[in-house]
Design a protein around this ligand. Sequence first.
Ligand code: PEP
Ligand code: MG
Length: 603
Amino acid sequence: MRHENLGIVLQGEGVSEGIVLGAVARWDRHETLVEHVRLPESLVNAEVSRFYEAIARAEREIDELYVSLAASTPKGSPAVEGEHLGLLDAHKMMLRDPSIVNDTERYIREEHLNAEWALSMTLKRLEGMFASVKDPFFRERGQDIHHIGERLMQFLAQGDDAEAPPSPLTHLPQGAILFAHSLSPAEALAASRQQVAAFVIEVGSTSGHTAIIARSLGIPAVVGLAGAGDVVGDGDRVIVDGFEGEIVVRPTEYEEILYARRANRAKAVRRAVRQNRTLPAETPDGFSMVLRANLDFAAQAPQVEALGGRGVGLYRTEFLFLERTGPPTEDEQTEAYVSVLKALAPHPVTIRTLDVGGDKMIKFSGPEHAGLRAIRYCLANEDLFLMQLRALLRASNHGELRILVPFIASPYEVREVRRLLAIASEQLKERGIRHAPDIPVGAMIEVPVAALSAQQLAREVDFFSVGTNDLIQYTMAVSRESAAPDYLTNPLQSGFLKLLRMITDAGHHAGITTAICGELAGKPWFAPILIALGFNELSMTPEAIPLVKEVIRRTPRAEALALLQKFNKMDAEEAKDYLDSYMVEHFPEIVTPRFRGAPHYMR
Ligand code: PEP
Ligand code: MG
C-alpha cells in the first residue's frame, strides 16, 4: 500500500480519550457588536432594569438546560449528570456575582452608560484579571466569564423579544466533529445533545470546564490547536485522536484503517481493564496497594466507585473558594464536604485544606498575604482557616474523613494545625456540635525540605501524601506551568528517586500510611517504580484507576524491586529507556507510543 499524500496531522492536547472519524461542523460564536451610548438621567433606571431582565433570561435558559440535561442523562451515569449540573450551577451563580452585577449597575447609574457598554467594561476588567493569573485552571475561569458575558450581550441585543436568541448549536448534523475556536461548558452540553462525535477546540486546556465535560460525557476532545481553523473546512473528513491529541485532516484510506484499528483496540483494552473494578490492587506476590481518586468537584464523586476506586485520596477544596468575592460560609463548606463523604462511604475521603495563594490568588485575600501559599496562607488567615476546620469537623460525622494539609515545610506547621483544630473543636462544642474523634491529619510532601525532614514530620502526622507535581517543580527548579525538556522532568533522576525513598522509608519506619496523590500516581508507566518504593496508596484522576490497577496486578513486587535496583547503575535517560522497554514488553496494549516517546510527567 502506498502511503504518500497523507492527511494533514495537527498536534494539540488530548483532553478526553477516544478516536473517531467524522465530518467537520465548524461553529463560530458571533461576538455581539457593542453599542456605546451615553444615556440621559431619565433613562438610567429603565436601563438597569433591562440589564437585570437579561440576567433573568440567562438564568431561565440555564434552568431549562438543567432540566433537559437531567432528563436526557442515561441511567447509570450519575457522575455525568452531577458534574454537569454542578457546572451549570456555577454558571448561574456567576450571573449574580457581585463583581459582574454591581460594577455593571454602577457604570450605568454613575456614568450613564448603556447596559451593553457597562457590561463590556466590567467583563474587560474581569477577563484581564483572570488572564494575568499564571495557573491555567484559574485562567480558564476567565473563559467562563467571557462565555457568560457573551450570552448576556446576546439577550441584551435581543431587546424585548421574549424568545431567547436561538442557540446556534441546535442544528448540528449527528456524528459531526464540532470545530470551534472556543466553547463554553453550556455550549458543549448543547452540542452533546446533538450527538456530536468529538470536540476540536483551538484554545482551552485540560483543566478547563469544557474539557471536564467532554471527559465525563465520554466525547473525545482535542484542545490547544491554535491556527487549525486555517486548514479545516466545513464537511472536511477528520480523524480525532483524543488519546494522543492529534487530528488528521482529510485522511487517506490507509490512515482511516490505521486509526480505526487503534480505536477498536483502545476500546477493547478499556472495556477489558474496567472489569477489574472489584478486584484488589495487589501484585501477584501479594503486595497490596489502595487506589483512590483525586476530586476537584464534589459532583465527580459517583464516578469513583464505578471505576474501582476506594474513596478519595485528594479532594482539592480551593474550587469552593474561587469566583467569589467572599469565602464560602461554614454551612456551605460543610454541605460540600458532607456530600463527598456520603457519596463515598464507607471509604475514606481525604479533604485537603485550602491551597491558595501565590499564583492562585482568591479575590478576597488582602495584599498583606500575597506570596503566601497553602498552609502558610491559612496560618496567616486564622479566622478563614478556623472556619474551614469547623466545617471539616462538622462533616466528619457523615463518613470517614481524613484531613490533608498542603505545602507542609516544617513540623511547626503541623503543630499549629493541630492547635487550631483543637480551637475549632472547642468552638463547635460551645455551639453544642459534636464531631468524630481522632480524625487523621496528614501532610502533603511537596516541598523538598519536607522530604528531607520526613523522619521528624512522620512523628507529627497520621499519614503522608506526596504531591509530585510540586515536588518535581521545586526539586528540579522547573515551573510546572510551562513546557520543559523531558530530561528536566524525568522522575527517574537518582536524586528525585532518593527523595521518594526517604519519604516511604520514614513513613514505614513510623508506621504511617504513605500515599502519593501527584499526577505520577496515575501514570501506568510509573506504577512499577511506585510498587518498588513501597507506596501504600495511590490517588489519581478517576479514569486512570483501571489501567494503573492492571499494571499493579501483573507486576510482581520482586520484579519491580529488581527493576529499581538496576536504575542505581544507570543515569536517568538510560533508566527511562529501560523502563520504556520493560513496559512495552509487559504491557504493549497499555503503553501507547506517545507514552514511550514523550511521557508527560507533569500536569
Ligand atoms: C501536587 O503538587 O502534586 C498535588 C497533588 O497538588 P496540586 O497539583 O493541587 O498542587
Ligand atoms: Mg501541590
